[in-house]
Design a protein around this ligand. Structure first.
Ligand code: NAI
Length: 340
């Protein structure tokens, strides 16, 4: 039987450690995958002299699917984010981030089952910043009808396909009437035209943050423009155990890149203490995506086995330090492999 060729971008910082652990689990689970290794980020700069080599982009275009570790971006100076570039150049217009409580990971909140959908290609992440004159800078927030409509359509379709209950659009259109107003107008139009059966609400993002923190179980699927989606994803990660347990996917019409919500965590890189679970969970999402889009039941089976194995490991208290356990990155991968 053929294997699916998947581009693997290990990334920077803890990326190679969590990618190595994820690979080991997937191999032990018999996932029908063949890795095509490519670089991006600081690692690519060292290896190929470029942050985002053309051969990485063309490999993702060719195979249509990638698993990616985090890439470092310097703060306040230096190059444009490789992650933002990848999403924009490959037109991966929606980021999907499921946020759920995990067995054996008690937190202040129970029963959390949220999905954050983030517009991934525009907003303030367009990177159009200028120094008008010394001491005065501007940053342009871009909102197009095209991008807001396509992400809205994808979101409503997702709710219906997955049997979810409700979409909440979070915005600040009371202040940014045109730019944040755009996603509202587009979401309303898509809702009224084709998805009027899907419950839909609009919440101003600051009040939405307060309501989320009071009771995240009141929400189901959140649709946000790029910056709010980035911030709210990390906020919601805090409900279920932190950045070590939140997976993600960047999806477009031609390709998809699966990656954890967390970054390259330079503070813990190279110490074998990072939690590989978020990337492993992203790999499970990837296997399910392969099963749905290519009709390969073997991918679904492997996804189910991996999920059952990490759920058991957590329930039996085999956890990494960020979750109050004692295992390192490799030892956690071994604990999952033992339970496959
Ligand atoms: P971060 O997510 O890397 O780390 C925030 C905190 O969470 C740190 O204390 C870190 O140790 C902890 N943490 C993150 N992942 C963890 C894991 N798997 N296991 C245990 N603890 C974990 O965010 P930060 O520090 O703001 O960013 C570091 C770098 O990562 C920056 O250069 C940033 O631009 C980049 N970044 C890349 C992303 C991507 O490639 N998709 C996403 C977010 C940030």
């Amino acid at each position: 039987m053929t294997k699916h060729r998947v581009v693997l971008i290990s990334g920077d910082g803890i990326g190679p450690e969590v990618a190595g652990a994820t690979r080991a689990v997937l191999a032990a689970a018999g996932a029908p995958l063949e890795w095509v290794e490519r670089h991006a980020g600081i690692t690519a700069l060292d290896e190929c002299g470029e942050l985002l080599p053309e051969e990485t982009l063309s490999a993702v275009r060719e195979h249509g699917i990638a698993l990616k570790g985090p890439c470092t971006t310097p703060v306040g100076e230096g190059f444009t984010s490789v992650n933002v570039q990848l999403r924009r150049r490959l037109n991966l217009y929606v980021a999907v981030r499921p946020i759920r409580n995990l067995p054996g990971v008690p937190t202040r909140y129970e029963g959390v089952d949220l999905v954050v959908l983030r517009e991934n290609t525009e907003g303030l992440y367009s990177g159009i910043e200028n120094e008008i004159t010394e001491g005065v800078v501007t940053s342009l927030k871009v909102a197009t009808e095209k991008a807001c409509t396509r992400v809205s359509r994808w979101a409503f379709d997702y709710v219906r396909r997955r049997g979810r209950h409700k979409i909440t659009v979070m915005h600040k259109a009371n202040i940014m009437k045109l730019s944040d107003g755009m996603i509202l107008r587009c979401a309303r139009k898509v809702h009224d035209a084709s998805f009027s059966d899907v419950p839909y609400e609009e919440v101003i993002v600051d009040a939405g943050c307060m309501r989320l923190v009071q009771d995240p179980t009141k929400f189901d699927v959140l649709l946000l423009e790029n910056l709010y989606g980035d911030v709210i994803s990390d906020l919601c990660a805090g409900f279920v155990g932190g950045l070590g347990v939140v997976p993600g996917a960047n999806i477009g019409d031609e390709s998809a890149i699966f990656e954890a919500v967390h970054g390259s965590a330079p503070d813990i890189a190279g110490k074998d203490i990072a939690n590989p679970l978020a990337l492993l969970m992203s790999a499970v999402m990837m296997l399910n995506h392969l099963s749905e889009t290519r009709g390969d039941a073997r991918c679904h089976d492997a996804a189910e086995r991996v999920k059952a194995a990490y759920d058991r490991a957590l329930r039996e208290d085999d956890k990494t330090r960020d979750l109050g356990g004692r295992l390192g990155t490799k030892a956690f991968a071994d604990a999952v492999i033992e339970r496959l």
